[in-house]
Structures are given as C-alpha cells and as structure tokens.
Design a protein around this ligand. Structure first.
Ligand SMILES: [Zn+2]
Length: 127
C-alpha cells in the first residue's frame, strides 16, 4: 500500500493499526456512545476504559477519556466498519490524523500490553 498510493504514509499506518486490532478481536466501539447510544459525532470522547466512544455527558465520568473532533470520530468509524477495498479511499486532515494517532497508539498499547514500534520508520519518511 505504501508503494502503490499517494496517500500519506502516516494515514496508511493509522488505518492499518486500527483495522488490524479490529481484525484480531479488539475492535473499538465507534458507532455510538458505549453508555447511552448517542450518535452525535461532533461531541465524542474516546474512552480507553470502555474501548470506544463516550458522548460528552457520559464522558464526564471517565477522566481519562480523550476528547476527539467530529472528523476523527467519523474517521474512526469509517476505518473500523468500511469494506476492505474502500478502506484507503478517504482523505483526512493533518489534525485528524494526529488525533487518530493519539487514539490508536494508546489503544494499541493498552490492548497488546506493550509498545508497538515496528512502524516507527514511517516517522523518518519525509512527506
Ligand atoms: Zn452517552
């Protein structure tokens, strides 16, 4: 994928991380708030305790939950649920990509119980 596309390597890595975790059984719940079922994507947090979204109201109880933008919430939902052949066919802004990184890196560390550094070479690429 890295060699065949003009997509940002970081975007590919974030998608790969999140999708791989989903495939091995650690799919985060990113369709709605894990507590109340709200689907208002412009006010979601990502809860590492709940392994998924919490709306602003439910998120108040989880101090470690990370506030995310609407773009990041939609991107997470897309990455976890889209068909494989459509997985890389979307664009995200640099800010959203940073948010995805914060979520996926921590989520991956929590789930796998170790740091995963194999893809760190991506940081050395200039894009
Ligand atoms: Zn809620």
């Amino acid at each position: 994928m890295l060699s065949k596309t003009d997509k940002s390597p970081l975007q590919i890595v974030r998608i790969f991380e999140l999708r791989l975790l989903s495939m091995i059984g650690y799919a985060p719940w990113v369709s709605s708030c894990t507590e109340c079922g709200s689907t208002v994507f412009d006010s979601m947090c990502f809860s590492f305790l709940k392994c998924g979204f919490l709306c602003t109201k439910c998120g108040e109880k989880d101090k470690g939950a990370l506030r995310i933008s609407e773009g990041a919430a939609k991107a997470l939902n897309y990455i976890v649920h889209s068909k494989m052949n459509a997985l890389f066919s979307f664009e995200v802004s640099g800010n959203v990509l940073e948010e995805l990184g914060r979520v996926s890196q921590r989520y991956m560390r929590d789930r796998l119980e170790k740091n995963y550094n194999k893809l760190d070479f991506i940081k050395t690429l200039t894009v």
